[in-house]
Design a protein around this ligand. Structure first.
Ligand SMILES: CC(C)(COP(=O)(O)OP(=O)(O)OC[C@H]1O[C@@H](n2cnc3c(N)ncnc32)[C@H](O)[C@@H]1OP(=O)(O)O)[C@@H](O)C(=O)NCCC(=O)NCCS
Length: 240
């Protein structure tokens, strides 16, 4: 058993193209619930099925490191906006919160205890940038991007994107939260900060944001609701 992340956030990362994970496929299949098997069977492409299976294996085995619950025994329910959460945790199991993100080549799962957490990973080779930013980002974020060279825009686009996704995922609302109603401020000298419109009824000072490069081609954004000092964040690469 791992130490409980009461005063920390643990982020485990899986490379989806790793041979080791592929070799453990048969065991992963034994961990899925009937509903998860049905969802996996509905996916058309093998690549998507593999990612789905790895994601379930990652979440289940990661959660079991913090509680006396076998990986196959966790049950989940989606909130009104689609966020999976633990259902009917056995007595004595701590208030584990988790969030998942996947992108080409990488899956991330963030776990902490008793506080909101959201994670987003993106493959930075995706060509999205200007149109998407103009459509979805806050005016201050768009203005900042437009003041940069094209190369810098492409890099910082994913900084904004992953942070914005991490925040809406931590809140649990997904895209029901208007992306233009909050704006990040990125600084080379410190962690990102956020400005939140009153319509969202949230306290910017209660959030900790963090950004990482888990691989040279993947950007990661993390949002954690804190009650005091910043929490330590532990990232590690695993094979479930
Ligand atoms: C669903 C959404 C929450 C995340 O989507 P995404 O970034 O495409 O995908 P990610 O891989 O990062 O996250 C998907 C995971 O988030 C979790 N999730 C789903 N709904 C969620 C919600 N409301 N809140 C938090 N997490 C949620 C799920 O675990 C899901 O994985 P699973 O289906 O395998 O369990 C939502 O933000 C979305 O649809 N985004 C689309 C991207 C976009 O247009 N972004 C705008 C630019 S910032």
């Amino acid at each position: 058993m791992d130490l409980l992340p009461f005063q920390a956030v643990h982020v485990d990362l899986v490379l989806t193209d790793g041979a080791e994970a592929l070799a453990r496929r048969a065991r992963y299949l034994t961990l899925l619930s009937p509903d998860e098997h049905a969802r996996m069977a509905r996916l058309i492409f093998e690549r998507d099925r593999h990612r789905f299976l790895l994601t379930r294996a990652l979440v289940r085995t990661m959660l079991s490191r913090y509680a006396q619950v076998a990986p196959a025994d966790w049950q989940f329910i989606a909130n009104a906006h689609g966020r999976p959460e633990i259902l009917d945790a056995p007595a004595g199991v701590p208030d584990l919160r988790f969030n998942i993100s996947h992108t080409d080549g990488l899956i991330a799962c963030a776990v902490t205890v008793g506080r909101e957490v959201g994670v987003d990973v993106e493959h930075v080779g995706r060509r999205l940038t200007q149109d998407v930013a103009a459509r979805f980002f806050a005016p201050a974020e768009v203005a900042h991007l437009q003041s940069l060279s094209e190369e810098e825009q492409e890099r910082l686009f994913f900084d904004y994107w992953t942070l914005k996704e991490a925040y809406i995922k931590a809140r649990g609302f997904g895209l029901a939260l208007p992306l233009g109603d909050f704006a990040f401020h990125l600084s080379p000298d410190g962690p990102p900060s956020i400005r939140i419109e009153p319509s969202l009824n949230d306290d910017p000072a209660s959030w900790q944001f963090c950004q990482e490069w888990p691989t040279p081609i993947h950007r990661l954004g993390l949002a954690i609701r804190r009650t005091g000092d910043d929490l330590p964040v532990r990232l590690r690469q695993v094979v479930p």
